[in-house]
Design a binder for this molecule. Structure first.
Ligand code: NG1
Ligand code: ZN
Length: 545
């Protein structure tokens, strides 16, 4: 067939280095950019098949999020803006690893397995982040799509959540919004302005927010969006990409893992600050107090504030909708305790990786999901949205209830329900703080985080570690969980777990305890246990102090 001839010819321009094996992990393919050209071409092919199969537009985003600038990566976006299904992740890996001469065979295998009608049209939306390698890599995606006769819309530089939004807008025929960057700014800013109208007498100080753009796409897009916010949010942007390197000593991941402020930000005492990651799908907030002490408000604090606010609105609106918070094992123990014991909110724990949280959140009327690292959003079920709409139209609703329902409606419009979105989440938090008249310090005081530490251990094969119970317990190697259990017993309010990373060739260790010293020393001891029992390589982990 002529169609496959073109694939054959074009694939020669994007050859796979022999022997290179990569896996579609929790965040798609991600590695040094120099290994990715063939992957991009092939993901263009796969997205085209997925589009034909689903008879919908599919997204392809070229980014490596919070990874160093030299890395890159690619993720496929399914019709409603969600991550591609597990079976297709498998196809992605299969296609990526096919040697040059068996590419067509693998392609045809997928077409057969999925019974794909190749005469169907295909439509692919492509986006990229600001990495130097992103331009040529996204061109390779476009080449892949066109070689199979698919149509592309190249959005160029967009944040990951913007591309998810576009895909969802397109496949809902505009019901979710208009599939343009301007449509995105308009939808979010209108909702934000409506919400902040409910907060009277906000001073310029309260409207001021310091934003660390991680020297990435988020900074660029924040600049574009600013005029739409009509000074209701006064953004002071640093790490805007004009001089610094992407994610280097800045960005949400740096701030969360290092538990310190990014470089290049001029923070006044008590000032509200936030950091995006490299593709603007994560956000964390923070401030420094008068003693110079750094306070981090991570995904758990964000989930707590948003769910508290939504629960209050539901009560005021007289709506009986079930709200749940979805977390992972990395959620701070204090946040879980606060949500369950004080807020009486259902909390559920899933494996790491947004797709797991997203699926779990879909089970509730309102599912608030956040990873501790600041990736998350809120999902409103169709039934919940319908009830809210009906109440809005009901002329018997009294003023107090009406106000609450209107706030719920605007909040839904402000949230990017397709995926975690730093810009949308930032605006939600700003609006909630404004409406409730809370400072960042009030928000921080809702509960106190247990001191915690995250470490990495390099082992020869991280797959020797198998976990269960939402990754909170290690099943293999033998003896590791027993060792962790007895170490945890030595400390107060302690908890620790280990799991192989899905994005880096390391084992991650997490520990929390009553003091920072104890959390650090528990994390170190558990790292040693991993090193000894799971085939550590290189030097033994050293104590932190
Ligand atoms: P891994 O490398 O599997 O721990 C990291 C994050 C995840 C998720 C993915 C995708 C931590 C501990 N892990 O996964 O939460 O965001 O990257 O980006 O933060
Ligand atoms: Zn990201």
């Amino acid at each position: 067939m002529a169609q496959f001839e073109e694939v054959s010819q074009k694939s020669e321009l994007h050859p796979k280095p022999e022997g290179l094996m990569l896996q579609y992990g929790t965040a798609g393919f991600r590695t040094h950019a120099k290994h990715l050209d063939h992957i991009m071409f092939r993901m263009g092919l796969l997205a085209t098949l997925r589009s034909k199969k689903t008879k919908s537009t599919i997204g392809v985003m070229v980014t490596a999020s919070h990874n160093p600038e030299e890395d890159n990566g690619v993720k496929l976006i399914d019709p409603m803006g969600e991550m591609v299904t597990a079976v297709w992740e498998g196809y992605a890996t299969q296609l990526a690893n096919a040697e040059q001469d068996s590419l067509l065979k693998e392609l045809k295998d997928i077409i057969e397995k999925e019974d794909i009608d190749m005469s169907q049209p295909a439509s692919i939306y492509v986006g990229k982040d600001t990495r130097p390698s992103s331009a040529s890599l996204s061109q390779a995606v476009l080449d892949g799509v066109s070689s199979l006769g698919g149509k592309t819309h190249d959005y160029g530089l967009v944040t990951t959540p913007q591309l998810h939004y576009m895909v969802c807008c397109c496949n809902t025929n505009g019901c979710y919004g208009s599939p343009t960057v301007e449509g995105y700014y308009q939808k979010l800013s209108q909702a934000f302005l409506q919400l902040t109208q409910n907060a009277s007498n906000r001073t310029d100080d309260q409207k001021r927010l310091l934003v660390d753009g991680a020297n990435g796409i988020g900074a660029l897009k924040m600049r574009e969006m600013e005029p739409f916010l009509r000074s209701e949010l006064q953004v002071v942007l640093s790490n805007d990409g004009s001089s610094g390197k992407l994610n280097h000593m800045c960005g949400a991941d740096y701030v969360k893992v290092q538990q310190k402020a990014p470089q290049g930000m001029n923070m006044g005492v008590g000032e509200r600050c936030c950091s995006f990651d490299g593709d603007a799908d994560r956000i964390v907030f923070y401030y420094t107090d008068s003693k110079g002490c750094f306070h981090l408000l991570d995904g758990d604090k964000i989930a707590t504030l948003i769910s508290t606010y939504l629960k209050e609105l539901l009560t005021q609106a007289g709506l009986n909708l079930q709200i749940a918070v979805v977390q992972t094992a990395y959620a701070n123990g204090s946040s879980t305790r606060y949500l369950e014991d004080i807020m009486k909110v259902t909390v559920c724990c899933t494996k790491t990786g947004v797709k797991h949280l997203h699926h779990a959140a879909q089970e509730y009327d309102i599912g608030v999901y956040f990873e501790a690292n600041g990736h998350g959003t809120v999902l409103f079920s169709k039934a919940a949205q319908k009830q809210i709409q009906e109440l809005l139209k009901d002329s018997n609703t009294n003023d107090e209830r009406k106000r609450a329902v209107k706030l719920l409606e605007s909040t839904i419009n402000l949230i990017n329900q397709t995926v975690g979105d730093a810009i949308s989440d930032m605006l939600v938090i700003e609006a909630v703080l404004a409406i409730r008249g809370m400072s960042v310090q009030d928000w921080d005081a809702i509960y106190t985080d247990l001191p915690n530490r995250q470490l990495k251990v390099t082992v020869s094969d991280r797959r020797v570690i198998d976990t269960t119970d939402a990754e909170r317990r290690a099943v293999t190697p033998e003896g590791l969980q027993d060792a962790i259990d007895s170490l945890v017993k030595k400390y107060k309010s302690a908890r620790s777990f280990v799991r192989p990373s899905g994005t880096e060739d390391v084992v991650r260790v997490y520990a929390e305890a009553d003091t920072q010293e104890n959390a650090d020393s528990l994390a170190h001891e558990v790292s040693l246990a991993v090193y000894r029992l799971a085939g550590g390589v290189g030097d033994e982990p050293k104590p932190l102090h």
